[in-house]
Write a protein that binds this ligand. Structure first.
Ligand code: S3P
Length: 800
């Protein structure tokens, strides 16, 4: 197997969490690695009242004395023979090249150890240690469990030992076929006691992975620094060394003897990695030689985003939370009750249009310049996926993205699965686009997306001739077989879904003949408008749209308007808060998206469109909203698809209206990023808002004007743990509509934002759990919310 193939190492979940009482742990070699292990075991209580002891051998008597003075070991000796008696666990903490002589000595002494003695090592390459063991012992001992802690420090010697060296670091164990399970269990327990995470891999895989992640980078650093240090102007080079070169000199400052050993021990895997690197280097050399800026940008763009992308993929998190916080974290919002809503703001770019701008730009001939691009995780996932397929994309920088289109047939096979995080739109639109490619692909997403139905796109695509595998129940991942000849179909959509319609139109671009889609109710038409903008002819007659495959797209500029779905949170915030007066600038008001405007106006909101204009084929306006009392309504069924993403916020408007608001025909809400009907019903119940849930809708009993609301004490069961500085900001005349409480947002961005704005009319604080995904669609939500007058904080959720 090549090291670039994706195989997931097993994270060991074993129960062993330490060293059994009465054990005798023998550490052979008391440097930084062995000393830190002893320190960590001490901290975990080994060698105390449980009758266990930690002993060590090291040829350097000074190190042993220091280890004893530091309290790391109970006893020590300069010879292995001096400590081996009755050993339970022997840890060979010596360099790989010293392993042979230690094993020879150990073999001769093993009769003096406990018969059940378990041996492990810490060598940084594993095949060499295994081969040495086989040579010395005649076969691989079943109680020798090979291991490699991925931790270290620039310092060395026992003096530098740290109990925390292994905390939250990975230790890779590479058991062999005959390794005894209880021996492996003991070694897992050892490392877990030291605070490490234990992973299991096979020996060859370990060496390949380490060759690429550690050995090759060191080799390059040694070589680069040595090469530059030999040149005539070397003094200047080192005098002005900054940034990049400094980092190389830091890596090249590592222990030369140790690294010589590593390259001797892991020769084969290192040479393989070096071959790959040389091939990459010659591609880059060629780009530089030819002055091929596109090729250079392609390589640099992919490289500069690789870490964020792969970290997100590994943690199955969305994209930017990882990037901003450098680790997976859960976020909670704490919203103080009350606050105002005034000012002029511009919310970020439209998510639907941002996704499509990248997709169509990538498939077109020429360069597409996008402004107003949403730098949220969902659209960034789409952008990164195209980079993975060889498209050069500059940015985003403050909403500006430049896409160097590769034409209809220019995408390249990605090296692995395409990860789209939380983005349902990306997965569904991609499935159509990828079904028409010459290569195979796999689409994966985060936990929420992995629960969402994909049969709605896979089934009609199969009718077009696509070959697509889904997981059970039509869920992701989607495995799409390339090289299929697609045929246009006529498809009557069973549900009103712009994603399904867009998916089929994108597949239709690659299909023979005409692809026609009929929708049961109007859904957003950005795909049709944008295709037309890219010079592709799309027909429309009533409820049906169509196109013929085989054409091409021509690049052009795209100005993405602000997202009406993000604006909605502030529209509702203003609509429910007495005294509010807010302008939302440059909002997209495409007729297929303005359900929220129609519904709020029907409820009595004082909401006006100003400065209406058309920008790049999409209608845009400034939205001016002032407080006016709302009343409950029966939401017209024809407005449901036009406001499909806006219902979480609209439910909060309903909770503040006078009388009952009834919604039906909205069963699609059950299969969004969460079951939004259930999530909102549960959250509203927590706040004391009466509601009745139906399969396809909900009734919400408003507590707005006329009902007197609930008093500031209206949340009897909830006593939040707030600091005094976080007291309610409402005045005595403030009239809350419901109480406060802790809300489970179900990691759904729109649920999180809806309950945040609910705080404007709550009698007590609202805490909203799991808000990190707000960054999928609205990364600047908190800043803007504070700017208009909400009082809220974000904090890391404990236990995350
Ligand atoms: C979207 C369509 C809608 C919407 C989603 C974005 C799109 O989904 O909920 O947030 O960009 O096409 P459905 O078409 O599945 O209703």
């Amino acid at each position: 197997m090549s090291a670039s193939e994706s195989t997931t190492p097993l994270v060991s979940q074993g129960t062993g969490s330490g060293i059994p009482p009465g054990s005798r742990v023998v550490i052979v070699g008391l440097g930084l690695i062995g000393g830190s292990l002893a320190a960590a075991l001490r901290e975990a209580g080994v060698g105390g009242s449980d009758g266990s002891v930690i002993v060590a051998s090291d040829p350097d008597g000074e190190e042993i004395r220091r280890g004893q003075d530091m309290g790391l070991i109970d006893a020590g000796s300069t010879s292995l023979a001096g400590v081996i008696d009755a050993a339970t666990l022997v840890v060979l903490a010596v360099p790989v090249m010293a392993m042979r002589s230690v094993m020879v000595e150990l073999k001769a002494l093993l009769h003096r150890a406990d018969a059940r003695v378990v041996i492990t090592d810490v060598g940084s390459t594993k095949a060499a240690v295994r081969d040495t063991a086989v040579e010395v012992f005649g076969e691989m001992p079943s109680r020798l469990v090979l291991g490699h802690p991925i931790a270290g420090s620039e310092k060395s010697g026992v003096r530098a030992s740290m109990a925390s060296l292994y905390h939250n670091h990975k230790v890779i164990l590479t058991p062999c076929e005959n390794t005894a399970p209880e021996a492996q269990g003991l070694v897992e327990g050892l490392w877990r006691a030291a605070g490490a995470e234990v992973l299991i891999m096979d020996v060859e895989r370990h060496d390949q992975v380490l060759a690429r992640t550690s050995h090759l980078p060191h080799l390059l650093a040694f070589s680069l620094v040595d090469t530059l240090a030999r040149q005539d102007e070397r003094l200047d080079i080192f005098r002005y060394a900054a940034g990049g070169f400094r980092d190389f000199t830091r890596i090249a400052g590592s222990d030369p003897v140790m690294w010589r050993d590593v390259f001797q021990a892991n020769q084969g895997a290192v040479l393989e990695a070096l071959d790959d690197f040389e091939a990459g280097l010659s591609r880059l050399r060629q780009a530089v030689t030819q002055g091929d800026g596109d090729a250079m940008l392609g390589i640099f763009d992919r490289a500069s985003h690789a870490r964020h992308y792969f970290d997100s993929l590994l943690n199955q998190t969305s994209y930017q939370a990882e990037y901003q916080m450098q680790e997976t974290a859960k976020l909670r919002y704490r919203v103080a009750p009350g606050g105002g809503v005034t000012g002029r703001i511009r919310v970020p770019g439209d998510k639907s249009i941002s996704h499509r701008s990248i997709m169509l730009g990538a498939l077109s001939e020429g360069v597409t310049e996008v402004s107003g691009f949403l730098e949220g995780e969902d659209s960034l996932a789409t952008l990164q996926a195209f980079r993975e397929m060889g498209v050069t994309i500059e940015g985003p920088h403050q909403g500006r993205v430049v896409i160097h289109g590769v034409g209809m047939h220019g995408l390249k096979k990605p090296a692995g699965p395409l990860y789209v995080g939380n983005a349902g739109t990306a997965m569904r639109l991609f499935s159509g686009l990828l079904a028409g490619q010459a290569f195979d692909t796999e689409l994966t997403g985060d936990a929420s997306l992995t629960r969402r139905p994909m049969g709605r796109v896979a089934d009609p695509l199969r009718q077009m001739g696509a070959v697509i595998d889904t997981a059970e129940g039509g869920r992701p991942p989607l495995k799409i077989k390339g090289g299929q000849a697609l045929k246009g179909i006529r498809y009557d959509m069973p549900m009103a879904s712009a994603q399904v319609k867009s998916c089929l139109l994108l597949a239709g671009l690659f299909a023979e003949g005409e692809t026609r889609v009929r929708e049961p109710a109007p859904t957003r038409d950005h795909t049709e408008r944008m295709l037309t903008g890219f010079g592709y002819s799309v027909g429309r007659d009533g409820d049906t749209c169509w196109l013929r495959g085989g054409g091409s797209l021509t690049a052009g500029p795209i100005d993405v308007p602000s997202d009406i779905s993000s604006a909605t949170f502030f529209l509702v915030a203003a609509a429910i808060t007495p005294g509010s007066d807010l302008v939302l600038e440059h909002v997209g008001v495409n007729p297929t998206r303005i359900g929220v405007i129609n519904i709020l106006q029907a409820m009595g909101a004082d909401l006006r469109l100003q400065n209406s204009r058309e920008v790049g084929g999409e209608p845009v306006a400034d939205l001016h909203i002032r407080y006016a009392p709302l009343k409950g309504i029966d939401i017209p069924v024809d407005q449901v698809p036009l406001a499909i993403d806006e219902f979480p916020a609209l439910f909060i408007a309903a909770a503040n209206a006078e009388g009952i608001t009834r919604l039906r025909g909205a069963d699609e809400l059950r299969v969004k990023e969460s079951d939004r009907l259930q999530a909102m019903a549960d959250g509203m119940t927590t706040l004391g808002i009466d509601n009745t849930l139906y399969d396809d809708g909900i009734d919400i009993v408003g507590r707005g004007e006329g009902d007197g609301g609930v008093g500031p004490s209206g949340s009897p069961s909830y006593s939040p743990s707030y600091s005094p500085s976080y007291s309610p900001s409402y005045s005595p005349s403030y009239s809350p509509s419901y109480g406060g409480g802790r809300i489970d947002s179900r990691e759904d961005h729109r649920i999180a934002m809806a309950f945040t704005i609910a705080g404007l009319r709550a009698s007590a604080p609202i805490e909203v759990d799991d808000c990190a995904n707000v960054a999928t669609s609205f990364p600047t939500f908190l800043d803007l919310a504070r700017r208009v007058g909400l009082s809220l904080e974000e904090e890391r959720q404990e236990g995350a």
